[in-house]
Design a protein around this ligand. Structure first.
Ligand code: UT7
Length: 320
Protein backbone atom coordinates (compact mmCIF):
# COMPACT_ATOMS: atom_id res chain seq x y z
CA UNK A 1 0.00 0.00 0.00
CA UNK A 2 1.15 3.55 -0.72
CA UNK A 3 1.32 5.88 2.30
CA UNK A 4 1.60 9.68 2.07
CA UNK A 5 4.37 10.73 4.45
CA UNK A 6 4.87 14.34 5.61
CA UNK A 7 8.61 14.46 4.91
CA UNK A 8 9.28 18.14 5.57
CA UNK A 9 7.68 21.41 6.65
CA UNK A 10 8.76 25.01 6.03
CA UNK A 11 7.31 28.49 6.30
CA UNK A 12 8.04 32.11 5.53
CA UNK A 13 6.67 35.37 6.94
CA UNK A 14 7.04 38.87 5.51
CA UNK A 15 9.65 41.08 7.21
CA UNK A 16 7.27 43.75 8.49
CA UNK A 17 5.27 43.22 11.69
CA UNK A 18 2.18 45.35 12.23
CA UNK A 19 0.93 45.53 15.84
CA UNK A 20 -2.56 46.37 17.03
CA UNK A 21 -1.25 49.77 18.12
CA UNK A 22 0.00 50.38 14.56
CA UNK A 23 -3.52 49.58 13.31
CA UNK A 24 -5.11 51.95 15.83
CA UNK A 25 -3.34 54.75 13.94
CA UNK A 26 -5.19 53.76 10.73
CA UNK A 27 -8.74 52.93 11.92
CA UNK A 28 -10.90 53.50 15.02
CA UNK A 29 -9.80 50.44 17.00
CA UNK A 30 -7.66 49.51 19.98
CA UNK A 31 -5.28 46.80 21.14
CA UNK A 32 -7.80 45.98 23.89
CA UNK A 33 -10.71 45.41 21.45
CA UNK A 34 -8.69 43.30 18.99
CA UNK A 35 -7.08 41.23 21.76
CA UNK A 36 -10.35 40.56 23.57
CA UNK A 37 -12.40 39.68 20.46
CA UNK A 38 -9.78 37.78 18.48
CA UNK A 39 -6.60 37.04 20.49
CA UNK A 40 -4.57 38.75 17.74
CA UNK A 41 -1.67 40.97 18.86
CA UNK A 42 0.28 41.32 15.61
CA UNK A 43 0.44 40.19 11.99
CA UNK A 44 3.05 40.26 9.22
CA UNK A 45 2.33 42.47 6.20
CA UNK A 46 4.05 41.93 2.86
CA UNK A 47 6.12 44.71 1.30
CA UNK A 48 5.79 45.38 -2.44
CA UNK A 49 8.66 42.99 -3.21
CA UNK A 50 7.10 40.19 -1.12
CA UNK A 51 4.35 38.36 -3.00
CA UNK A 52 2.35 35.15 -2.68
CA UNK A 53 4.89 33.54 -5.03
CA UNK A 54 8.04 34.82 -3.31
CA UNK A 55 6.80 33.80 0.16
CA UNK A 56 5.81 30.39 -1.23
CA UNK A 57 9.19 29.83 -2.88
CA UNK A 58 11.03 30.54 0.39
CA UNK A 59 8.67 28.27 2.37
CA UNK A 60 9.26 25.48 -0.19
CA UNK A 61 13.05 25.83 0.03
CA UNK A 62 12.85 25.50 3.81
CA UNK A 63 10.46 22.52 3.59
CA UNK A 64 12.78 20.77 1.09
CA UNK A 65 15.79 21.39 3.36
CA UNK A 66 13.81 20.00 6.31
CA UNK A 67 12.94 16.90 4.25
CA UNK A 68 16.58 16.65 3.05
CA UNK A 69 15.27 16.50 -0.50
CA UNK A 70 16.11 18.31 -3.71
CA UNK A 71 13.60 20.28 -5.79
CA UNK A 72 14.43 18.01 -8.76
CA UNK A 73 12.66 15.13 -6.94
CA UNK A 74 9.31 16.98 -6.88
CA UNK A 75 6.74 15.93 -9.49
CA UNK A 76 3.61 17.63 -8.10
CA UNK A 77 2.98 21.14 -6.76
CA UNK A 78 -0.40 22.17 -5.40
CA UNK A 79 -0.65 25.71 -4.09
CA UNK A 80 -3.65 26.95 -2.14
CA UNK A 81 -4.30 30.67 -2.38
CA UNK A 82 -7.01 33.27 -2.87
CA UNK A 83 -4.42 35.97 -3.56
CA UNK A 84 -2.42 34.70 -6.57
CA UNK A 85 0.30 36.86 -8.11
CA UNK A 86 -1.71 36.90 -11.35
CA UNK A 87 -5.22 35.85 -12.40
CA UNK A 88 -3.32 33.29 -14.44
CA UNK A 89 -1.05 31.38 -14.77
CA UNK A 90 -1.42 29.53 -11.50
CA UNK A 91 1.06 30.71 -8.87
CA UNK A 92 2.02 27.03 -8.51
CA UNK A 93 3.58 27.11 -12.00
CA UNK A 94 5.47 30.30 -11.11
CA UNK A 95 6.82 28.55 -7.99
CA UNK A 96 7.68 25.51 -10.13
CA UNK A 97 9.76 27.70 -12.45
CA UNK A 98 11.45 29.53 -9.55
CA UNK A 99 12.50 26.19 -8.03
CA UNK A 100 13.88 24.99 -11.39
CA UNK A 101 11.39 22.09 -11.63
CA UNK A 102 10.51 21.05 -15.17
CA UNK A 103 8.75 17.73 -14.56
CA UNK A 104 5.32 16.78 -13.22
CA UNK A 105 2.31 19.04 -12.74
CA UNK A 106 1.63 22.26 -10.83
CA UNK A 107 -1.72 23.92 -10.17
CA UNK A 108 -3.57 26.17 -7.71
CA UNK A 109 -6.49 25.28 -5.45
CA UNK A 110 -8.93 27.90 -4.23
CA UNK A 111 -10.95 27.12 -1.11
CA UNK A 112 -10.05 30.31 0.82
CA UNK A 113 -9.09 29.58 4.45
CA UNK A 114 -9.69 25.84 3.93
CA UNK A 115 -7.42 25.84 0.87
CA UNK A 116 -4.50 24.04 2.48
CA UNK A 117 -6.74 21.18 3.65
CA UNK A 118 -8.26 20.87 0.16
CA UNK A 119 -4.77 20.95 -1.44
CA UNK A 120 -3.38 18.38 1.01
CA UNK A 121 -6.33 16.03 0.47
CA UNK A 122 -5.92 16.35 -3.32
CA UNK A 123 -2.17 15.67 -3.18
CA UNK A 124 -2.74 12.70 -0.86
CA UNK A 125 -5.24 11.19 -3.32
CA UNK A 126 -2.86 11.73 -6.25
CA UNK A 127 0.09 10.18 -4.40
CA UNK A 128 -1.95 7.21 -3.21
CA UNK A 129 -3.17 6.54 -6.76
CA UNK A 130 0.37 6.63 -8.12
CA UNK A 131 -0.02 9.85 -10.12
CA UNK A 132 3.02 11.42 -8.45
CA UNK A 133 5.79 10.44 -6.03
CA UNK A 134 6.88 13.60 -4.23
CA UNK A 135 4.69 16.66 -3.77
CA UNK A 136 4.98 20.21 -2.51
CA UNK A 137 1.71 21.37 -0.95
CA UNK A 138 1.69 25.07 -0.24
CA UNK A 139 -0.58 27.61 1.43
CA UNK A 140 0.51 31.14 0.56
CA UNK A 141 -1.39 34.41 0.91
CA UNK A 142 -1.06 38.17 0.76
CA UNK A 143 -4.51 39.06 2.12
CA UNK A 144 -3.23 42.54 2.98
CA UNK A 145 -3.63 43.32 -0.76
CA UNK A 146 -7.40 42.59 -0.74
CA UNK A 147 -8.29 44.20 2.60
CA UNK A 148 -10.41 47.32 2.87
CA UNK A 149 -8.03 49.29 5.12
CA UNK A 150 -10.93 51.59 6.07
CA UNK A 151 -13.06 48.70 7.42
CA UNK A 152 -12.08 48.08 11.04
CA UNK A 153 -14.31 44.99 11.13
CA UNK A 154 -11.99 43.10 8.75
CA UNK A 155 -8.61 44.84 8.31
CA UNK A 156 -7.53 44.02 11.87
CA UNK A 157 -8.01 40.26 11.37
CA UNK A 158 -5.72 39.19 8.55
CA UNK A 159 -2.00 38.82 7.87
CA UNK A 160 0.33 37.53 5.15
CA UNK A 161 2.59 34.46 5.02
CA UNK A 162 3.28 31.05 3.51
CA UNK A 163 3.83 27.48 4.61
CA UNK A 164 4.67 24.30 2.73
CA UNK A 165 4.74 20.52 3.22
CA UNK A 166 6.89 18.08 1.28
CA UNK A 167 4.94 14.84 0.85
CA UNK A 168 6.57 11.55 -0.12
CA UNK A 169 4.76 8.45 -1.39
CA UNK A 170 6.18 5.40 0.39
CA UNK A 171 5.24 1.75 0.23
CA UNK A 172 4.44 0.39 3.65
CA UNK A 173 2.02 -0.62 6.36
CA UNK A 174 -1.15 1.43 6.83
CA UNK A 175 -1.20 3.77 9.81
CA UNK A 176 1.58 6.14 8.72
CA UNK A 177 1.31 9.57 7.16
CA UNK A 178 -2.07 10.95 6.10
CA UNK A 179 -4.76 8.65 7.51
CA UNK A 180 -8.01 10.33 6.44
CA UNK A 181 -9.45 13.56 5.08
CA UNK A 182 -12.94 15.08 4.95
CA UNK A 183 -13.87 18.00 2.71
CA UNK A 184 -17.12 19.98 2.71
CA UNK A 185 -18.61 23.08 1.15
CA UNK A 186 -21.98 24.82 1.12
CA UNK A 187 -22.37 27.64 -1.39
CA UNK A 188 -25.57 28.94 0.21
CA UNK A 189 -23.27 30.93 2.52
CA UNK A 190 -21.10 32.44 -0.23
CA UNK A 191 -22.11 36.03 0.65
CA UNK A 192 -21.05 35.75 4.31
CA UNK A 193 -17.37 35.99 3.37
CA UNK A 194 -16.37 37.00 -0.14
CA UNK A 195 -14.37 39.41 -2.30
CA UNK A 196 -16.48 42.00 -4.11
CA UNK A 197 -14.63 41.79 -7.42
CA UNK A 198 -13.26 39.41 -10.03
CA UNK A 199 -12.17 39.23 -13.67
CA UNK A 200 -15.55 38.06 -14.99
CA UNK A 201 -17.72 40.55 -13.09
CA UNK A 202 -16.13 43.84 -12.03
CA UNK A 203 -12.87 43.26 -13.95
CA UNK A 204 -11.09 44.34 -10.76
CA UNK A 205 -9.58 42.29 -7.95
CA UNK A 206 -12.04 43.57 -5.33
CA UNK A 207 -11.90 43.73 -1.53
CA UNK A 208 -12.76 41.29 1.23
CA UNK A 209 -16.22 41.54 2.82
CA UNK A 210 -17.39 39.55 5.82
CA UNK A 211 -20.30 39.13 8.20
CA UNK A 212 -18.06 38.16 11.09
CA UNK A 213 -20.78 37.00 13.48
CA UNK A 214 -22.32 34.65 10.91
CA UNK A 215 -18.94 33.12 10.08
CA UNK A 216 -18.16 32.72 13.79
CA UNK A 217 -21.47 30.94 14.46
CA UNK A 218 -20.95 28.37 11.70
CA UNK A 219 -17.23 27.91 12.34
CA UNK A 220 -17.50 26.28 15.77
CA UNK A 221 -20.33 23.90 14.75
CA UNK A 222 -18.73 22.92 11.43
CA UNK A 223 -15.28 22.45 12.94
CA UNK A 224 -16.41 20.25 15.82
CA UNK A 225 -18.58 18.15 13.46
CA UNK A 226 -15.91 17.52 10.84
CA UNK A 227 -13.26 16.74 13.45
CA UNK A 228 -15.50 13.96 14.82
CA UNK A 229 -16.13 12.68 11.26
CA UNK A 230 -12.49 12.60 10.19
CA UNK A 231 -11.48 10.84 13.43
CA UNK A 232 -14.03 8.09 12.66
CA UNK A 233 -12.75 7.86 9.07
CA UNK A 234 -9.17 7.51 10.36
CA UNK A 235 -10.18 4.93 12.96
CA UNK A 236 -8.88 7.04 15.85
CA UNK A 237 -10.49 8.67 18.88
CA UNK A 238 -10.50 12.46 19.24
CA UNK A 239 -9.10 11.86 22.75
CA UNK A 240 -6.05 10.11 21.21
CA UNK A 241 -5.05 13.06 19.01
CA UNK A 242 -1.71 14.40 20.32
CA UNK A 243 -1.87 17.77 18.66
CA UNK A 244 -4.47 19.92 16.89
CA UNK A 245 -3.27 22.32 14.19
CA UNK A 246 -6.34 24.37 13.36
CA UNK A 247 -6.78 27.22 10.91
CA UNK A 248 -5.99 30.35 12.90
CA UNK A 249 -8.90 32.77 12.52
CA UNK A 250 -9.82 33.75 16.05
CA UNK A 251 -8.68 32.52 19.47
CA UNK A 252 -12.31 32.49 20.65
CA UNK A 253 -13.27 30.09 17.81
CA UNK A 254 -10.35 27.81 18.75
CA UNK A 255 -11.25 27.83 22.46
CA UNK A 256 -14.93 27.18 21.71
CA UNK A 257 -14.06 24.31 19.33
CA UNK A 258 -11.72 22.75 21.93
CA UNK A 259 -14.48 23.00 24.53
CA UNK A 260 -17.10 21.46 22.22
CA UNK A 261 -14.72 18.55 21.51
CA UNK A 262 -13.86 18.16 25.19
CA UNK A 263 -10.17 18.67 24.42
CA UNK A 264 -7.70 20.73 26.48
CA UNK A 265 -6.74 23.95 24.59
CA UNK A 266 -3.09 23.14 25.42
CA UNK A 267 -3.23 20.48 22.70
CA UNK A 268 -3.92 23.20 20.10
CA UNK A 269 -1.07 25.00 18.33
CA UNK A 270 -1.86 28.71 18.53
CA UNK A 271 -0.26 31.28 16.24
CA UNK A 272 -3.17 33.67 15.70
CA UNK A 273 -1.68 36.03 18.31
CA UNK A 274 1.47 36.57 16.21
CA UNK A 275 0.26 35.88 12.64
CA UNK A 276 -3.41 36.94 12.58
CA UNK A 277 -5.53 35.04 10.06
CA UNK A 278 -3.28 34.09 7.12
CA UNK A 279 -6.06 32.15 5.34
CA UNK A 280 -4.69 29.12 3.43
CA UNK A 281 -1.21 29.66 4.90
CA UNK A 282 -2.21 29.41 8.54
CA UNK A 283 -2.12 25.61 8.97
CA UNK A 284 1.35 24.94 7.50
CA UNK A 285 2.64 28.05 9.30
CA UNK A 286 1.20 26.76 12.58
CA UNK A 287 2.51 23.24 11.89
CA UNK A 288 6.03 24.68 11.51
CA UNK A 289 5.65 26.57 14.80
CA UNK A 290 4.31 23.38 16.46
CA UNK A 291 7.48 21.54 15.34
CA UNK A 292 9.77 24.34 16.52
CA UNK A 293 8.04 24.45 19.91
CA UNK A 294 8.28 20.65 20.28
CA UNK A 295 4.47 20.36 20.42
CA UNK A 296 4.53 18.03 17.37
CA UNK A 297 6.94 15.09 17.33
CA UNK A 298 7.55 12.23 14.88
CA UNK A 299 4.90 9.54 15.38
CA UNK A 300 2.31 11.94 16.84
CA UNK A 301 -1.30 11.85 15.72
CA UNK A 302 -2.00 15.33 14.36
CA UNK A 303 -5.34 16.78 13.32
CA UNK A 304 -5.57 19.76 10.97
CA UNK A 305 -8.88 21.55 10.38
CA UNK A 306 -10.13 24.72 8.70
CA UNK A 307 -13.16 26.67 7.64
CA UNK A 308 -13.40 29.55 5.20
CA UNK A 309 -15.33 31.43 2.53
CA UNK A 310 -17.76 29.47 0.40
CA UNK A 311 -18.37 28.17 3.02
CA UNK A 312 -15.72 25.49 2.74
CA UNK A 313 -14.42 23.37 5.57
CA UNK A 314 -12.37 20.26 6.07
CA UNK A 315 -10.12 18.22 8.32
CA UNK A 316 -7.21 15.81 7.96
CA UNK A 317 -5.69 13.32 10.41
CA UNK A 318 -2.06 12.32 9.98
CA UNK A 319 0.48 10.24 11.85
CA UNK A 320 3.47 12.62 11.62
O1 UT7 B 1 -11.02 32.39 8.38
C1 UT7 B 1 -12.40 32.38 8.57
C2 UT7 B 1 -12.89 33.75 8.42
N1 UT7 B 1 -13.14 34.58 9.51
C3 UT7 B 1 -13.52 34.27 10.76
O2 UT7 B 1 -13.52 33.18 11.23
C4 UT7 B 1 -14.00 35.42 11.60
C5 UT7 B 1 -15.18 35.04 12.43
N2 UT7 B 1 -15.70 36.14 13.18
C6 UT7 B 1 -15.04 36.81 14.16
O3 UT7 B 1 -13.91 36.48 14.47
C7 UT7 B 1 -15.76 37.91 14.90
O4 UT7 B 1 -17.10 37.94 14.51
C8 UT7 B 1 -15.11 39.30 14.71
C9 UT7 B 1 -13.77 39.34 15.44
C10 UT7 B 1 -14.92 39.59 13.23
C11 UT7 B 1 -15.99 40.40 15.32
O5 UT7 B 1 -16.28 40.13 16.68
P1 UT7 B 1 -17.78 40.23 17.22
O6 UT7 B 1 -17.72 39.96 18.66
O7 UT7 B 1 -18.61 39.31 16.37
O8 UT7 B 1 -18.12 41.76 16.98
P2 UT7 B 1 -19.23 42.45 16.03
O9 UT7 B 1 -18.87 42.30 14.60
O10 UT7 B 1 -20.58 41.99 16.44
O11 UT7 B 1 -19.07 43.96 16.44
C12 UT7 B 1 -19.28 44.41 17.80
C13 UT7 B 1 -18.96 45.91 17.86
C14 UT7 B 1 -19.64 46.73 16.76
O12 UT7 B 1 -19.99 47.99 17.33
P3 UT7 B 1 -21.52 48.30 17.77
O13 UT7 B 1 -22.33 48.09 16.54
O14 UT7 B 1 -21.81 47.29 18.85
O15 UT7 B 1 -21.43 49.71 18.26
C15 UT7 B 1 -18.54 46.94 15.75
O16 UT7 B 1 -18.72 48.11 15.00
O17 UT7 B 1 -17.56 46.11 17.68
C16 UT7 B 1 -17.34 47.07 16.64
N3 UT7 B 1 -16.09 46.73 15.97
C17 UT7 B 1 -14.88 47.20 16.37
N4 UT7 B 1 -14.54 48.02 17.40
C18 UT7 B 1 -13.23 48.27 17.57
C19 UT7 B 1 -15.90 45.95 14.87
N5 UT7 B 1 -14.58 45.88 14.58
C20 UT7 B 1 -13.94 46.67 15.49
C21 UT7 B 1 -12.60 46.99 15.72
N6 UT7 B 1 -12.29 47.80 16.76
N7 UT7 B 1 -11.61 46.50 14.94
Amino acid sequence: MIQTIIAGVGSCLPRRIMTNDDLAKLVDTSDAWITERTGIKARHIAADDETTKSLAVEACKRALAHAKMDASEIDLIILATSTPDHTFPATATEVQEALGITQGAAFDVQAVCSGFIFALATADAMLKTGQAKNALVIGSETFSRILDWADRGTCVLFGDGAGAFVLRAEQGEAGRGILASKLRSDGRYRDKLYVDGGPSTTKTVGLLRMEGREVFKHAVVNMAEIVEQVAVAAGVKVADINCFVPHQANKRILDATAKKLGVSPERFVITVDKHGNTSAASIPLAFDVGLAEGKIKRGDLVLMEAMGGGFTWGAIVARY
